[in-house]
Design a protein around this ligand. Structure first.
Ligand code: HEM
Length: 529
């Protein structure tokens, strides 16, 4: 649970730094006063006599540090919601946290009161040292952030998303051909496909080789991002003064990691940007988000280049792993549910009997849409969302919500709420179908209202992700069977539903066999060349 742990390490860092950097009597008094004030905040109420929401009992000084879960955080957060209610309050060394356990409250606070719930917590030291402070995902709610967000939305919002279809079609068809030729490398091929689509939309860069260097660079940056926010991994997050230790000092591998990550991030952010500028100068640039804003600048706009650069790299960082989480999750579920595949294939064969599905078919393929919705609900790619920060004191239904609190929406818990989704622990796309079975039942809550986060921070890549997930799932199901692996005796192996912890949560390694449904289908796939 990265956000909570950032919170935890940040505040531990602040307190420990205070204690060790100035050991004067006066400073100790200040630290003592801080603890007392924190305790008053925790146990007391505000001037309107409202109480803080309930939560696990904090320990002296460290608060709820030991309650913060590190693995499969979504389960602990969901248990808290059952025990304490829709809003749970915790604090770690005085840093306040509100865990939101229901869509109702997330909608009331994060959506409807977005004006004061759209900030982000301060960036932890290691993340900053590893080069990620300027990522739009972690930036606070300031004018620099709002400019980046606006630029991002202009390229990815629903009304313009169809423009990206030629790239999506080219690359997803290529993926089908790879599944046909080398089905055993489905994991890497799927990853390279999503990377290739985003690189083209953002930089106009066409991936031509099987293992492209820009996909590798983007992936490495993603891994470094996840590593830099890893719970409890970095002493510098606890003791920020350590950042001044020289690299020649013993035991400073963490510092080498930070320097290496910054260097690679620079190549990713600046290098890709310069590549577009060069292509524009040589007249070889393909249309892209970066080229578009650079052209606007040539025509008199004054968009800071640094904003274009940062925001472009966020599309890769924010878009690849999250989309992959759903595609891998889909493949894993398909290995377990032959009946669901059969039903989807009947729908596909009815709507497009002798051709591959297209984006235009989406409205006629509600069951594929329902599978995509259920995959997101089953295990949201970002199960605890990304923490927002409350900018002003607030109150809700008689509870006091203090300024500065980190607000953590337990998206996984909302998606598994039994009052919203009967038999929530069963993977069942039919829950979204109407009684006649020929359309989506609009009375059932669409999990995508939660899966992509909330309010002004809601995922700006949502429209693209939804269309790419639909298209990928429809094409795969039309052309292939997704089957579980076999053991030495040829029996099918049922694999666990296990997911990795972290901001973005993907299924743990699993296997699947991807087999063409028929010769005719294999031929359809070949013809996409
Ligand atoms: C299934 C795929 C995806 C899921 C589940 C997902 C989920 C999320 C969530 C939960 C957030 C946090 C929202 C909040 O703070 O309330 C977020 C933010 C973000 N996402 Fe996505 N996302 C997906 C795909 C994408 C794609 C394809 C892109 C880029 C093309 C993208 C770019 C971003 C960015 C830049 C942010 C930060 C927004 C901000 O802080 O203002 N995401 N996403």
């Amino acid at each position: 649970m990265d956000n909570l742990t950032q919170t935890q390490t940040d505040s531990v860092a602040d307190s420990v730094q205070q204690l060790f950097s100035n050991r004067t009597y006066l400073d100790l008094l200040v630290v003592g006063a801080t603890i007392v004030i924190t305790a008053l905040i925790r146990y007391g109420s505000n001037s309107n006599n409202l109480k803080l929401p309930p939560g696990p009992t904090p320990a002296f000084i460290v608060g709820n540090m030991n309650d913060i879960p590190v693995y499969e955080e979504w389960h602990t957060l969901s248990q808290w919601a059952k025990r304490f209610g829709e809003i749970v309050y915790l604090h770690v060394f005085g840093t306040k946290m509100l865990v939101i356990g229901s869509y109702r409250v997330a909608n009331e606070l994060l959506d409807k009161r977005g004006a004061i719930y759209s900030d982000r917590p301060p960036t932890p030291p290691m993340m900053e040292m590893a080069g990620f402070a300027n990522s739009l995902t972690v930036m606070g709610n300031n004018p620099d952030y709002r400019l980046r967000r606006r630029l991002f939305e202009q390229h990815f919002r629903y009304s313009v998303i169809d423009r990206h279809q030629p790239t999506q079609i080219r690359e997803t068809h290529k993926l089908l051909r790879k599944y046909l030729e080398t089905p055993e490398s489905w994991l890497l091929d799927t990853k390279y496909t999503i990377g290739a689509i985003i690189l083209d939309l953002v930089y106009g860069y066409r991936v031509t080789s099987d293992r492209d260097e820009w996909v590798e660079i983007g992936e490495r940056a993603g891994t470094n991002f996840q590593r830099s926010v890893k719970p409890g991994a970095w002493a510098v997050d606890v003791l920020p003064i350590l950042r001044y230790v020289p690299t020649w000092f013993p035991f400073t591998d963490w510092k080498k990691f930070a320097l290496d990550s910054t260097e690679r991030r620079k190549i990713q952010v600046d290098g890709a940007f310069e590549m577009v500028k060069k292509a524009m100068k040589e007249g070889t640039a393909h249309p892209s988000m970066v080229a578009r804003y650079l052209e606007e600048n040539e025509n008199g706009a004054d968009i800071p280049e640094v904003a274009i650069m940062d925001m472009a790299s966020d599309a890769y960082g924010g878009g690849v792993e999250t989309t992959l989480s759903s595609i891998y999750g889909f493949l894993l579920q398909m290995t377990k549910h032959r009946d669901i595949q059969r039903k989807a294939q009947e729908e596909l064969d009815r709507v497009c009997p002798d051709r591959l599905p297209t984006f235009e078919d989406r409205k006629d393929l509600p069951y594929i849409e329902a599978i995509s919705m259920e995959v997101g609900r089953w295990h949201p790619g970002v199960p605890q969302g990304i923490a927002h920060r409350l900018e002003k004191d607030d109150n809700f239904e008689g509870q006091f919500l203090p300024k500065g609190s980190f607000v953590i929406p337990n998206i996984w818990g909302m998606c598994h709420d039994e009052d919203t989704y009967k038999d929530a622990n069963v993977f069942n796309p039919d829950r979204f179908m109407n009684a006649a079975g020929d359309g989506i039942d609009l009375s059932v809550h669409d999990p995508r209202q939660m899966v992509f986060g909330f309010g002004r921070r809601q995922c700006p890549g949502r429209a693209f992700a939804e269309s790419q997930l639909f298209f990928t799932m429809a094409l795969i199901l039309k052309a292939f069977y997704i089957l579980p692996p076999l053991d030495a005796q040829g029996r099918e192996i049922m694999q666990p539903d296990a997911y990795r912890s972290g901001i973005v949560s993907l299924p743990k390694p699993f296997s699947c066999r991807i087999v063409p449904r028929s010769r005719a289908m294999a031929e359809l796939v070949r013809q996409t060349e």
